[in-house]
Ligand binder design. Structure first.
Ligand SMILES: Cc1cc2nc3c(=O)[nH]c(=O)nc-3n(C[C@H](O)[C@H](O)[C@H](O)COP(=O)(O)OP(=O)(O)OC[C@H]3O[C@@H](n4cnc5c(N)ncnc54)[C@H](O)[C@@H]3O)c2cc1C
Length: 521
């Protein structure tokens, strides 16, 4: 079995971006991905297949707080969860890197500042084709350049909503999105502005995901990078001293192989990276690899998130509705001086999404509504996504018990989340009291965030300089094992109120530079 300079496990936002960064070094790199390339098929754009039948989610079952098994809303593909993500790519706010006082606790400071991340955010925005407009989001951090592409325009019905929100005294801005859209010459635009963007794979390859923007171009250009799909890493093996990884035990299409490499980077997503470390426990690491701090798997975060549907009397004609965002409540308001979070559009709410998206108690009734009537409802909607920071809690954790993945998660900071829901509902009502009703329509109902929605998972192996309270050092190398790194959402010490992925990508580029430096020594 040949020896590699570097093995990367996972091809999502973290692993895919890192592979793209390191491929030009000429180092011999093996990328192990448990999934396959996501098939291009008409079902990519079927709400029935994607939302009701969960065609692209894993069949695995994990165990929740209540001891019951659930099917997590996550998928294993080349590109990881970016294959279906909504591609809202935002930077953390500058203050998010510091200690932030919340209504129900503290969001701890990162030991690196926004300034350390800024150049990498700029590069990540370029790599992932981000469309946006600086100077319009009142909370945005300083940036060293413009967005690589102009903002995704609002279609007339969305523009009218944005204008009306502005008339109420708020500051809606164009949601920064990663996609391949050319609005000045639509004949040259891979993106067709369809109504199946958020949560769907892109049939025409126009979503800027880690497969299309990182793994494929790196593979095409660099022979030194090898990708093995259907390669699920089972365990990491250490030397006798326990100080370095000497083998990566992998199930490749049903056969067990042990790959060897100087450096190993785990990028399986925050939950599965913790699982891999815990499953790799041995004599030298009895609580799991790199877990002398007992922090592996702890402080799991995933945002308090609520989907809210505004139901209008008029049809919303916009074919691509996910264009508006709002941060007016991000840091709170005069009578609630604590962070509340962010508001942004969801993608279009389609008829076949309604049964899957309805609150659990309503779902069986929604299913009984004939499809044509569901369609009449769906075309009169605008979807909103509200997200509030959840705080790190050591008891919110990933564990492996008797070989099974356990995910304990109790939402916290819920008062801020509730406040955002009420506040945004009141704004929507004020938009046009006569023509619009607002129906709270939660995928993740208030105070009842379902554990299976793990889209924004992060924080299970946080970084820091103290080996007693963190798993990774500031270069995302494990404190305990010299040649083991983690480069995915695991490293977040706190979650912020913005979507996580641009930060995961920027961090992967940053760690890529640390590794290039290490190769030079
Ligand atoms: C429906 C949906 C919408 C979203 N929308 C947004 C959005 O608009 N904006 C945003 O910022 N974020 C969004 N996200 C979140 C975003 O997708 C994640 O933050 C991001 O993909 C996480 O990157 P990661 O590298 O940590 O993990 P992932 O992207 O999940 O990658 C992990 C990779 O590891 C592989 N893997 C796992 N275990 C193993 C193993 N044992 N062996 C080998 N390979 C393994 C997986 O197959 C996968 O390829 C969304 C997510 C979902 C599901």
């Amino acid at each position: 079995m040949s020896h590699y300079d570097l093995i990367i496990i996972g091809t999502g936002a973290g692993g895919g971006t890192l592979a793209h960064r390191l491929a030009p070094t000429g180092k011999k790199i093996l990328v192990l991905e448990r999934g396959d390339f996501l098939p291009r098929e008409k079902a990519n754009w079927s709400a029935l297949e994607v939302y009701q039948k969960e065609r692209y989610h894993t069949d695995e079952h994990w165990i929740g707080n209540d001891g019951k098994a659930f099917r997590p809303q996550t998928g294993y593909w080349v590109g990881g969860n970016t294959k279906v993500y909504g591609a809202a790519l935002l930077r953390l706010r500058e203050r998010d890197f510091g200690k932030v006082i919340h209504k129900e606790g503290i969001s701890p400071a990162w030991e690196l500042s926004y300034r350390d991340f800024e150049p990498y955010y700029t590069e990540a925005e370029k790599l992932y084709d981000v469309h946006g407009l600086r100077g319009t989001d009142p909370t945005e951090p300083p940036a060293s350049g413009e967005y690589p592409y102009p903002p995704v325009s609002h279609e007339p019905d969305m523009q009218a909503i944005a204008d009306n929100i502005r008339k109420l005294g708020y500051y809606p801005f164009h949601l920064p999105l990663g996609l391949k859209l050319n609005e000045s010459d639509r004949t040259k635009s891979p993106c067709i502005r369809c109504d199946t963007f958020d949560g769907y794979p892109c049939l025409v390859g126009a979503k800027a995901d880690a497969d299309m923007n990182a793994i494929r171009p790196a593979r095409e250009k660099y022979d030194n990078l090898t990708l093995l799909t259907h390669a699920k890493v089972l365990r990491l093996l250490t030397s006798e001293s326990g100080r370095e990884i000497i083998g990566v035990e992998t199930d490749v299409n049903g056969e067990i192989h042990v790959f060897k490499s100087d450096i190993v980077v785990v990028a399986c997503g925050a939950i599965n990276s913790a699982v891999l470390l815990l499953r790799s426990a041995n004599d030298k690491h009895p609580k799991g690899l790199a877990n002398s701090s007992d922090q592996v798997g702890r402080n799991f975060m995933k945002h308090l998130a609520t989907a809210l549907v505004a139901l209008h009397l008029e049809v919303n004609h916009a074919s691509f509705q996910k264009t508006i965002a709002l941060n007016d409540f991000y840091w709170g308001e005069p009578d609630f001086p604590y962070p509340m979070g962010m508001v942004q559009n969801t993608g279009n709410v389609l008829a076949d999404m309604l049964p899957a998206e309805a609150p659990p108690l309503m779902a069986p009734f929604v299913k009984l509504i004939p499809k044509f009537e569901r369609h009449l409802i769906a075309e009169r909607t605008t979807g909103w996504w509200l997200q509030t920071e959840d705080l790190p809690d050591p008891n919110n954790r990933v564990q492996v018990i008797n070989g099974k993945i356990h995910l304990n998660y109790t939402p916290n900071n819920t008062e801020a989340g509730d406040r955002l829901i009420h506040r945004w509902t009141s704004v929507l009502k004020a938009l046009d009291r006569k023509a619009m009703h607002v129906i709270p329509f939660s995928i993740y109902p208030r105070n009842h965030v379902p554990v299976q929605a793990v889209a924004h998972q992060c924080g299970t192996c946080r970084f820091g300089s103290d080996p007693k309270s963190s798993v990774l050092d500031l270069n995302c190398r494990t404190h305990d094992i010299d040649n083991l790194y983690i480069v995915d959402g695991s490293f977040f010490p706190s979650n912020s109120g913005v979507n996580p992925t641009l930060t995961i990508m920027a961090n992967a580029l940053r760690v890529g530079d640390c590794l290039i430096e290490r190769f030079r020594k």
